[in-house]
Design a protein around this ligand. Structure first.
Ligand code: ADP
Ligand code: UDP
Length: 236
């Protein structure tokens, strides 16, 4: 599989064409951003860890019945994935109040939610990824009713699986963000990444944050936190 020209450079990854029009290569960077790109930095080896963690979790999710874009890891930082047209939504799944939800509803961070909450944000950096609901999504035609049902179903399957899986390595899954895409034959698949950049992982005993909040909030120790996640999940 040949790596051809770069199609896109985002905040955390680059995307390249390949000799197969249905496949692209994603290349994970160490660049870290927060607050819609206002805060910038580097987390040493983050790209390697996020590539490994994402692929490990996506492989397991496939076995659980959640279709994903994953095809093959080809290097430390690079993975071949199915090229999809990304549904322009960030699907946020929450088990415990933190971040923007804690702020919006005046809840103490760490407040357990009575049941799992799904939120949608419209993926548009220039608008600051505004929160939208099912009515907006259908009205704007970003997904059909059936697609949205499937997206919610897969998101809850991801949550159920990850919550159980992480509990075994003493990590509490607070919340996370997913992206979905559509293959040329119209199939909805999980895309993008699942990593400490896109999830809140707390040590279940000490409640220590093992994710990007260390960078967002200047807590320090972000490299060690990412390494700790790799170690607990892959034993590396
Ligand atoms: P951002 O665009 O938010 O800065 P990244 O740096 O992670 O984010 O860039 C990766 C881009 O690739 C994102 O826009 C994401 O939606 C997109 N993407 C993820 N998976 C796929 C895929 N399988 N096919 C096409 N695009 C994808
Ligand atoms: N998240 C993400 N990308 C975004 C926004 C949020 O990966 O652009 C993740 C974030 O890491 C957290 C969850 O989604 O795990 C919920 O984030 P929240 O809405 O609380 O926003 P934040 O506090 O990060 O601004």
């Amino acid at each position: 599989m040949q790596k051809l020209e770069q199609i896109y450079e985002g905040k955390a990854k680059k995307v390249f064409k390949t000799s197969d029009p249905e496949l692209v290569i994603v290349d994970y960077k160490d660049d870290a951003t927060a607050f819609n790109g206002e805060k910038k930095g580097t987390i040493h080896n983050k790209g390697i860890i996020n590539n490994r963690v994402t692929n490990h979790l996506m492989k397991m999710l496939e076995k659980e019945g959640v279709p994903t874009h994953f095809v093959k890891e080809i290097s430390d930082r690079e993975t071949i994935v199915k090229k999809v047209s990304i549904i322009p939504l960030e699907v946020i799944v929450r088990n415990v109040a933190a971040g923007s939800l804690a702020k919006r509803l005046g809840l103490a961070e760490g407040t357990k939610l009575g049941r799992t909450v799904i939120e949608y944000c419209y993926k548009d950096d220039s608008l600051g990824d505004p929160m939208v609901n099912e009515y907006h999504i259908l009205a704007m035609g970003w997904a059909t009713e059936d697609e949205l049902k499937l997206i919610a179903k897969y998101s809850l399957m991801v949550n159920n699986f990850l919550t159980r899986y992480l509990k075994d390595v003493n990590i509490e899954l607070i919340d996370f963000k997913l992206e979905f895409g559509k293959t040329p034959d119209g199939k909805i698949v999980l895309a993008d990444e699942i990593s400490p950049d896109t999830c809140r992982f707390w040590d279940a005993t000490t409640h220590e944050k093992l994710d990007k909040d260390r960078f967002r909030r200047d807590l320090g120790g972000e490299e060690d936190a990412y390494k700790e996640i790799l170690k607990r999940l892959l034993g590396e």
